[in-house]
Design a protein around this ligand. Structure first.
Ligand SMILES: NC(=O)c1ccc[n+]([C@@H]2O[C@H](COP(=O)([O-])OP(=O)(O)OC[C@H]3O[C@@H](n4cnc5c(N)ncnc54)[C@H](OP(=O)(O)O)[C@@H]3O)[C@@H](O)[C@H]2O)c1
Length: 278
């Protein structure tokens, strides 16, 4: 199959490239290719893809708040360009979206059918991307995920390890909850999902949830940094208003296709072993 992947150099994009390596791939990322430019439309459609996976995004949540025009340009209008390319060559599109489309005020995990209510520019621009996909593409998957980490990524797990390397005491937010998701696990689940023309919205995350503080404790334990003191803290002042408890529930993929990612603790252990070269 011919498959186009945007955001191919990002943490998820790299894992997707590995999971789909037996296929003919068109890899799209900056600086060579920019999804905000209209020439991305013929680039993708002339390739004749049988699937287009759109993972490119402006993912700096606070940066989006400071530069909303750039955020909407990439996450909304860039997604429209990719959707128009899919429309032009009648290819199915798989768009990566986010737990942040929900406001996180529910105590229950969010189902695929729950009503989004984004609270930040990042989240609103990603939801606008979802709407372009739904409006423009005949056959689409929207895959919402959360708290991604993986090799070479600028993510919370890596940040905790770097901070622990520098200090002996850390305060970490204990009232923000989510599902840490290992990028290679998500890429494999996306590979499996893409084998079925069961289009629609999916929530794909490693099973279970935790607070940032609980995640940090586990990360440092697995990294062997026992001398670092962790203290639970409150959400600190930041540019973006982030949801406190936007925990996603994988209902559709689990129920209809048996696609379930392993528990987040198991995935984190596997990442940690890989990282430590075990
Ligand atoms: N990270 C998370 O915790 C998380 C959670 C939920 C959902 N998601 C979604 O999952 C997807 C993948 O996230 P990720 O963590 O892998 O992000 P990432 O590591 O930041 O990768 C995104 C990639 O897209 C590229 N990109 C940005 N603007 C572009 C443009 N105009 N044209 C082409 N490429 C562009 C980036 O390049 P530069 O690095 O040069 O900007 C980067 O290589 C995103 O759609 C994100 O919204 C992420």
């Amino acid at each position: 199959m011919r498959i186009a992947i945007t955001g191919a150099k990002g943490q998820l994009g790299r894992s997707l490239t590995e999971s789909f390596q037996s296929h003919e791939l068109l890899l799209i990322d900056l600086p060579e290719h920019d999804v905000t430019q209209r020439d991305i439309i013929p680039l993708i459609s002339d390739f004749g893809p049988e699937l287009v996976i759109h993972a490119a995004a402006m993912t700096d949540v606070d940066g989006c708040e400071r530069e909303p025009d750039v955020a909407y340009g990439v996450n909304a209008l860039g997604t429209r360009n990719v959707a128009l390319a899919c429309q032009r060559c009648d290819a199915p599109m798989l768009y990566i979206s986010t737990d942040y489309v929900f406001d996180g005020t529910s105590d229950e995990p969010y189902l695929e059918y729950d009503e989004p209510n984004p609270t930040s520019v990042y989240a609103r621009s990603k939801l606008a991307g979802e709407e372009f996909v739904r409006d423009l593409v005949n056959n689409f998957y929207i895959v919402r995920t959360a708290w991604l980490y993986g090799r070479n990524g600028n993510n919370f797990v890596e940040k905790m390890i770097q901070l622990a390397d520098r200090g002996s005491e850390l305060s970490v937010v204990s009232n923000e909850f989510g599902s840490p998701t290992y990028a290679p696990d998500l890429a494999e689940a996306i590979f499996r999902l893409s084998q079925h023309p069961l289009y629609g919205i999916y929530h794909l995350i490693n099973e279970g949830s935790c607070s940032r503080y609980e995640l940090a404790c586990k990360v440092l334990e697995l990294a062997g940094k026992r001398d670092v003191q962790l203290r639970p803290g409150k959400i600190y002042a930041r540019a973006a208003k982030v949801p406190r408890r936007a925990v996603l529930r994988n209902f559709c993929a689990a129920r209809q296709l048996g696609i379930v990612l392993r528990p987040w603790e198991d995935a984190l252990r596997a990442y940690s072993e890989e990282r430590n070269g075990a």
